[in-house]
Design a protein around this ligand. Structure first.
Ligand code: ANZ
Ligand code: ZN
Length: 822
C-alpha cells in the first residue's frame, strides 16, 4: 500500500492539467457560469488572505464545472500602483522589471495551490495591450462629457506627493501611508460619477445576491439627502444667497446665515471693507484642514461676521451673514441657514457668537413658552413662531412651505448627494497615461484612437520628489497636436489604478480583442459575474466604480447589462492569535511553508474547513494537522478498498448494514450539495464527508461475508467526488488509481437519490383526482418539496397525469398526496 506522497502527486497533476488544458474555457453549448476572485496586486508574495480568497473561488468554479456548466474562471494582475515606483526609487529597478518579476514569482506560488484558472485569459493592467483600452475607455468618457478637468480644492498626500480621491482618505489620513491628508487647489481630471448617483443608489435593489452590509455602505457613501433650496436675498443688493436644507420646515427659526469661507461670493462681499484682511487670514488658516476635521462634532465651531445681512424671505427678518469652518464649499450650495433651536452644530455656533435662538417646532407634550438653550430639538412636533404655519404638524408644514416657496419662485424641492465626482488623475509614473494633448491654439485635444496606446516612456528619473515623473521625459512630453499639427505637450498625469480595475472583469471574456476592449456579444454571454469573491475592504471603492463603469458603458451601447456582479461574497480575514496576519505584528504564516510541509490540498482544506467563508478565520496549527490526518485517512481508505475487496457478495439482498451505508451516502451527497449551493457552508460540507468516511471505515471492518464490495466502492467514489473541489490533487490521483480514465474534475457531480433517504418509513397513498394510483414507502422526515420530487418521478403517477395541467397538490404528511389535474 502506498503512502500519501502529496509532493509528487500535486506536482504531477498540476503538470498534467496544464498540458491537457483542463481548465480552459471553450465555446460550448453548456450553460455558462462566471466565477471570479478579485485579482491581486503583484506584490511578489501570496499571503493567507489570497489562499483563502482563491480557495473559496476554486471550490465554486470546480463545483459548477462538475454540475455541467461551462465555467469562466480567470486570473490576472492589478499591476499598476505606487509600490512599484517606490521600489524603483529604493532599489533602482524599473517598475516594469520589478512588476514582471513579481508576477512571475506569484504565478508560481499560485500554481502550487492547484487553482483551476484558465491562464490563457491572463491579463495585466500594466501591459500596453490592456492599458490601450483603459485609455480608449477614458476617451469615450471624455467624448461624452463624463471626464472633465477642473480646478478645485483636492485631497493631497504630502508624503506620496499625489492627490487622492475622497474614497482614499480614511479618517483624514492617506489610505496607503497613513499621512495626514491636506487640501490643495489643483487642476485635476474627474469622472462624472455624480451623474449616476441616483442610478447607482436605485439599482442596489437589483443586487439580491449581495451582503446587506455592503449595500448599506454604498448607500451611505452615495448619501442622498432630500430637502429644498431656498434663496435668501442679500440686503442692499439684488443678489441672493442660496442655501440647501433638509429642514425647510424650520426656516422661520433661521437666526443667521453661514457661508463656507471659500464660497465665491465671500471675496466679492468683503472687498474693500474692514473685514477683508481678517477673512483672508481665516481662510488661509482653514486651507489645509480636511473636510472630516472641519465637520467633526469634536471640532470647535469657529467663524466670523462678514458685515453683510440677508433677508429671510418668509418673515422678512434681517439676519447677519457669517463664515465658519463647519460649512463646506462643495456640499449643497456651500451656504446654510442657521437654525440653532433644531440643529446642534448651529446651536453650538450661535451660543459662541451670541446670536439668538428661536424655536419653531415644539414637542407635542412640551410646556409653553417652549425654549431651547443647550440642546437642539431635532424631533417632530407642532409649528410655533412660524406665521401662518403655526399649529400645523411640522411634517405637514414641510410640504406646505415647499409648495409656497415654489409658488413664489424663492425656492424649490431638491435632492443632494454626498457622492463627489471621482478624481482620477495622479501625479505618478506607474499608471496608464491620460491620453490627452495640450495645444496652444486648440486647447485640450484627445489623442486619436489609432494612436493608442500612449505608452509609458522608459527615460525617466525617479526621485520620489516634486512633480510627476513623466514631466522629466522629453521624448514623452513633446508631441504634435492631433488637430493642427502644431507644437503640443502631453498630459503627464496618469490614471488612478481604480480605473484599471473597473473593467478588467469585462476583458476576461475577450482578452485578445484588438479592435475593442471587449465584444458586446461575449459580455452578454458571460456577464454579470455569477459569483464575485473578495475582501470587504473593497465594499465602496472598487465595487462602486465598477458598477459606475458598467452603467456608463451600457449608456454608450458598449454592452447590455445593468450590473457587473450578480452575487458577492466578502470573505473574512485570516487571523493569528486574534489579530490580522501582518508583518508588523510578526504573526504571518507563509502559504509556501504550509504547502511544502503538508501540501496544497491540506492548506486549501484547512482554510475552507476552519470557518464559514464570510467569518474571520483563526489560524490554528492543530487544525492544519487535523486536515492533513483526514486526507491521509481518505487515502488509506481508498487504497484498502481497492486492494482487499475483490470478492463478491450478491447485490440482490440488501442487509440492514447496507441500508445504513446507502442512507449515509445519499444523505451526505444531499448535505454537501445544499451546503455549497445554498450557503457556501464549506466547513459543514467537509464535516459531513468526514462522517461518511468514518461510516465507511466501520462498514469495511465488518466480517467479509457481510460486506457488499460494490457498495463500498460506491461510498469511496462518492467521497472522492464530493471532495474533488476541496482537495483537487489527491482526489484526482485516487480517482485514476481506481481505474478511471477521465479527470475527476470533469466528472458529473453526484446526485442524491431521495428515495434512498429512508430510515424511518411511512406508507403514503398517492391519488390523482381522488383515485388511488400508488402506495409508496418513503422516509418519515421528508419535506413537502422532497415528497413531491419522489412522487413526480414515479412511473404510475407520471402516466396518470401525462398531458394534464396540475391544478393543486394536497399533502397530508405521513398519509396522503392528492393531485388535482385537468
Ligand atoms: C437648516 C437645518 C435645520 C438643517 C435643522 C438641519 C437641521 P445632510 O443630511 O448631511 O444632507 N448643510 C447644508 N449644506 C452644508 C454645507 N455645505 N456644509 C455643512 N453643512 C451643510 O445635511 C443637510 C443639512 O446640513 C442642511 O440642513 C444644512 O443644515 C446643513 F433643524 O439646514 B440644515
Ligand atoms: Zn492644435
Amino acid at each position: 500500500m502506498s503512502t500519501y506522497d502529496y509532493q509528487t502527486i500535486e506536482g504531477k497533476w498540476q503538470d498534467r492539467w496544464r498540458e491537457q488544458q483542463l481548465y480552459s474555457t471553450t465555446a460550448s453549448e453548456k450553460p455558462k457560469y462566471y466565477a471570479l476572485e478579485m485579482f491581486p496586486y503583484p506584490s511578489g508574495k501570496i499571503h493567507m488572505g489570497h489562499v483563502r480568497n482563491y480557495s473559496i473561488g476554486d471550490v465554486v468554479a470546480r463545483y459548477k464545472n462538475m454540475q455541467g456548466y461551462e465555467v469562466l474562471h480567470p486570473m490576472g494582475w492589478d499591476a499598476f500602483g505606487l509600490p512599484a515606483e517606490n521600489a524603483a526609487i529604493q532599489n533602482k529597478v524599473h517598475p516594469n522589471a520589478w512588476t514582471d518579476k513579481n508576477i512571475t514569482e506569484m504565478k508560481v506560488q499560485l500554481s502550487k495551490l492547484g487553482l483551476s484558472y484558465d491562464w490563457n485569459r491572463e491579463l495585466s493592467t500594466c501591459s500596453p495591450e490592456y492599458y490601450r483600452w483603459t485609455q480608449w475607455i477614458f476617451l469615450q468618457f471624455y467624448k461624452h462629457g463624463l471626464a472633465y478637468k477642473k480646478e478645485s480644492r483636492v485631497n493631497w498626500c504630502p508624503s506620496c506627493e499625489t492627490v487622492l480621491a475622497n474614497e482614499q482618505v480614511v479618517n483624514g489620513q492617506c489610505e496607503r501611508c497613513d499621512s495626514h491628508v491636506t487640501k490643495e487647489m489643483l487642476n485635476q481630471w474627474y469622472f462624472k460619477i455624480t451623474d449616476y448617483a441616483e442610478k447607482l443608489l436605485q439599482d442596489l435593489e437589483l443586487l439580491e445576491g449581495w451582503p446587506d452590509k455592503v449595500k448599506t455602505m454604498q448607500e451611505n457613501w452615495i448619501g442622498k439627502s432630500t430637502g429644498a433650496e431656498i434663496d435668501f436675498p442679500i440686503a442692499e443688493t439684488d443678489m441672493h444667497l442660496k442655501v440647501f436644507t433638509t429642514r425647510p420646515d424650520t426656516v422661520f427659526g433661521t437666526t443667521c446665515m453661514v457661508m463656507a469661507p471659500e464660497h465665491p461670493y465671500v471675496s466679492q462681499m468683503i472687498k474693500g471693507t474692514e473685514y477683508e484682511e481678517p477673512v483672508k487670514a481665516f481662510v488661509h488658516q482653514l486651507q489645509h484642514l480636511s473636510d472630516i476635521e472641519r465637520t467633526s462634532t469634536e471640532t470647535e465651531k469657529e467663524g466670523m461676521f462678514i458685515g453683510k445681512h440677508c433677508i429671510n424671505p418668509l418673515n422678512n427678518e434681517r439676519i447677519p451673514i457669517y463664515i465658519a469652518n463647519y460649512v463646506l464649499a462643495d456640499y449643497g450650495s456651500g451656504a446654510i441657514m442657521v437654525v440653532p433651536a433644531h440643529d446642534q452644530r448651529d446651536l453650538d455656533f450661535v451660543n459662541k457668537y451670541n446670536e439668538k435662538v428661536t424655536p419653531v417646532i415644539k414637542p407635542v407634550d412640551a410646556d409653553e413658552p417652549y425654549r431651547v438653550d443647550q440642546e437642539a430639538y431635532d424631533g417632530n412636533g407642532i409649528m410655533i413662531n412660524s406665521g401662518k404655519y403655526n399649529g400645523m404638524e411640522n411634517e405637514k408644514a414641510f410640504d406646505a412651505i415647499c409648495h409656497d416657496i415654489e409658488n413664489h419662485g424663492i425656492g424649490r424641492r431638491t435632492v443632494t448627494y454626498r457622492l463627489r465626482d471621482w478624481l482620477l488623475s495622479r501625479q505618478r509614473y506607474w499608471g496608464a497615461p491620460i491620453p490627452i494633448i495640450y495645444c496652444e491654439s486648440c486647447g485640450i485635444v484627445p489623442v486619436k484612437d489609432e494612436d493608442l496606446p500612449v505608452k509609458l516612456p522608459v527615460d525617466i528619473e525617479f526621485s520620489g520628489k516634486g512633480k510627476s515623473p513623466l514631466t522629466t521625459s522629453s521624448s514623452f512630453l513633446k508631441t504634435k497636436c492631433p488637430k493642427c499639427d502644431g507644437v503640443a505637450t502631453r498630459e503627464t498625469d496618469t490614471m488612478d489604478t481604480f480605473v484599471d480595475s473597473s473593467w478588467y472583469f469585462l476583458r476576461y471574456t475577450d482578452p485578445n480583442n484588438e479592435k475593442l476592449p471587449f465584444d458586446k456579444e461575449k459580455i452578454s454571454q458571460w456577464l454579470p459575474v455569477n459569483q464575485y469573491i473578495g475582501g470587504v475592504e473593497h465594499a465602496i471603492l472598487h465595487l462602486l466604480y465598477s458598477r459606475f463603469f458598467v452603467k456608463v458603458m451600457k449608456d454608450l451601447d458598449l454592452l447590455d447589462i445593468d450590473e457587473p456582479f450578480q452575487n458577492l461574497l466578502t470573505q473574512g480575514m485570516v487571523l493569528k492569535n486574534g489579530a490580522k496576519m501582518s508583518k508588523s505584528k510578526d504573526n504571518v504564516v507563509s502559504p509556501e511553508e504550509i504547502i511544502s510541509q503538508y501540501g496544497a490540498d491540506t492548506a486549501r482544506l484547512f482554510v475552507l474547513f476552519a470557518a464559514p467563508p464570510e467569518r474571520d478565520l483563526e489560524w490554528n496549527d492543530q487544525g492544519v494537522e487535523g486536515c492533513y490526518r483526514f486526507l491521509n485517512r481518505v487515502w488509506r481508505l481508498v487504497q484498502e478498498v481497492d486492494e482487499q475487496h475483490k470478492e463478491k457478495r450478491s447485490m440482490d439482498e440488501v442487509s440492514e448494514d447496507d441500508k445504513m451505508i446507502i442512507y449515509k451516502i445519499h444523505s451526505t451527497i444531499k448535505k454537501v450539495t445544499d451546503d455549497i449551493e445554498l450557503r457556501f457552508n464549506f466547513n459543514t460540507a467537509i464535516s459531513a464527508v468526514m462522517e461518511l468516511v468514518n461510516e465507511l471505515y466501520k462498514y469495511k471492518a465488518m466480517d467479509k461475508e457481510k460486506i457488499n464490495s460494490r457498495l463500498l466502492e460506491e461510498g469511496v467514489e462518492t467521497v472522492l467526488l464530493l471532495m474533488a473541489p476541496f482537495a483537487p490533487h489527491m482526489t484526482e490521483e485516487l480517482w485514476s488509481q481506481l481505474g478511471n480514465k477521465d479527470s475527476i474534475h470533469h466528472h458529473q457531480w453526484p446526485k442524491a437519490d431521495l428515495s434512498k433517504l429512508i430510515l424511518e418509513t411511512v406508507e403514503i397513498i398517492v391519488q390523482v383526482n381522488g383515485k388511488v394510483k400508488e402506495k409508496m414507502i418513503i422516509s418519515a422526515d421528508l419535506s413537502e418539496e422532497e415528497i413531491k420530487e419522489i412522487v413526480w418521478s414515479n412511473d404510475k403517477v407520471k402516466l396518470s397525469i401525462d398531458g394534464k395541467d396540475i391544478k393543486k397538490v394536497i399533502i397530508v404528511p405521513g398519509k396522503l398526496v392528492n393531485i388535482v389535474a385537468k
